[in-house]
Design a protein around this ligand. Sequence first.
Ligand code: UTP
Length: 285
Amino acid sequence: MKKITKALFPVAGMGTRMLPATKAIPKELLPIYNTPIIDVLIEECMEAGIDEIILVTSREKYLIENYFDSFHELEKKLAKKRDFERLARIQKFKKIKFSSVRQGEQLGDGHAIMQAKHLLGDEPFLVIFGDDLTFGTPSSVAQLLQAYEKTQHSIIGVRQVPRETLSSYGVVAISGNSDLEAISGVVEKPKIEDAPSDKAVIGKYVCTSEIWTALENAGTSHGGEMRLIDGFEIMLEKNQQISAQTISGERFDAGSTKGYFLANVFMAMKSGEVSKDEILEVIKK
Ligand code: UTP
């Protein structure tokens, strides 16, 4: 069995839902209370045993590459001040190998993933979009890896979402209702009445090497974009198996202003530094 050791983060998107901040700051670096979104996601990968992170960035998103680079002067200063807590926070990813490739033109998430093909070869790998956060035990990454260990094929992370929101997601066609189900199709942003289930795709996947040919065949069909989900559809057409893993835990779409705000409230309370009473006090004002 091929073990998964690499996670790919396509982070070259423009983050239009979070404008105007994302005109200058990558949404992945916006902090959820005290930790940037991408830091939360990579920590989850690290805890689940992933030791290599591949970032697909763009010319405008070089700040993400800088974030994971070491900052020797600052490290020296914190060590001198014996501020070991902050030092540990900025050094926590030292054991992880980072590589980054650039997506020159924003031609879709599938196109972004294709830019890293040469770094992955025929290995299975995780794909994590830089805005969907889930907090739970086991973590979302651990749940995806377990699903892959069981099935040995591609996995799409899904969540049950309110029916009225289904038309903003990719929705999987599955026949049962257990946490791990074989997928027979995926419908992108269906009308509510056409949605094949209430399980929505949330930007967390395990890809096997079949995805490369599938993406090449998918091309840039939708408004000039190459999308990962189209690659999965082609795999299904060729009878290549894909399963949906329902990811448990509190979930926030931190790429939307509302989800970002709620994730902040959740993380602030989780940190123990902000109490429910303090939050209620603000609401009362
Ligand atoms: P989204 O569809 O969420 O787009 O991309 P976005 O630009 O991040 O955000 P909005 O919707 O405009 O607010 C899903 C993932 O794919 C990446 C994004 O960075 C995100 O992690 N992506 C998307 C790329 O890397 N390149 C692309 O061309 C498009």
